[in-house]
Design a protein around this ligand. Structure first.
Ligand SMILES: *[C@@H]1O[C@H](CO)[C@@H](O)[C@H](O)[C@H]1NC(C)=O
Length: 230
């Protein structure tokens, strides 16, 4: 077999992830001997939930970066889009720490809730991104398939994070806050350059936010599971 089979091509990623999550599942089942099969309330350990969340967030960030790079190469060459993107994401108003130092100083409850809020804020734009991308002239499948995969995995990660918050802060009733996205009309502009810039900006924001989430989750895992010894 060709050893390139293990490189992360968009098509093989879902399968790889499925294998990884099955492995994690087996591991978590094996490490929970006190849970009789079929028991109600049989919880996956916090460590396993974090392992899975970090794999997912890393995967989503990788896909987002690759999707942005592909889009940039295919549609944005020589258009000066990058200089226009500063600070114009729908999540920009959320109080996200800018660097590791700031994140270190943020309470874990706040960081966890922030991750939930950012993930929820992407549900709606990701749904529309996929729908509108289907209509893009000559959209390469490598871009569309990544968008579809990110939309799906974002939901998976959100579910996982809800389980984590349920264990870290049991009984805390939490508001389902999120930042509203109002960018749909800009993805449907008649003027091509305006429309392409709207896509570009959204993908740029997605790459930025997925990077933040990945960093926060790694930090939270280190703090909550390994007592900062990592
Ligand atoms: C995504 O992951 C693959 C496999 O690890 C790697 O080769 C690729 O460079 C990554 N892409 C980005 C943009 O980081």
């Amino acid at each position: 077999m060709d050893s390139k089979g293990l490189s992360l091509k968009a098509g093989s990623l879902p399968l790889l992830l499925l294998l990884v999550s099955n492995l994690l599942l087996c591991k978590s089942v094996a490490s929970l001997p006190v849970c009789p099969s079929g028991a109600a309330n049989c919880q996956v350990s916090l460590r396993d939930l974090f392992d899975r969340a970090v794999i997912l967030s890393h995967y989503i960030h990788n896909l987002s970066s690759e999707m942005f790079n592909e889009f940039d190469k295919r549609y944005a060459q020589g258009k000066g889009f990058f200089t226009k993107t500063i600070n114009s994401c729908h999540t920009s108003s959320l109080p996200t720490p800018d660097d590791k130092e700031q994140a270190q100083q943020t309470k874990h409850e706040d960081l966890l809730n922030l991750v939930l809020t950012v993930l929820r804020s992407w549900n709606d734009p990701l749904y529309h991104l996929v729908a509108e991308m289907r209509g893009l002239q000559e959209a390469p499948d490598t871009i569309l398939s990544r968008a579809i995969e990110i939309e799906e995995q974002n939901k998976q990660l959100l579910e996982g994070m809800e389980k984590i918050v349920g264990q870290v802060q049991p009984g805390v009733k939490e508001n389902e806050v999120y930042s509203v996205w109002s960018g749909l009309p800009s993805l449907q502009m008649a003027d091509e350059d305006t429309r392409l810039f709207a896509f570009y900006n959204l993908l740029h924001c997605l790459r930025r936010d997925s990077n933040k989430i990945d960093n926060y989750l790694k930090l939270l895992k280190c703090r909550l599971i390994y007592n900062n010894n990592c």
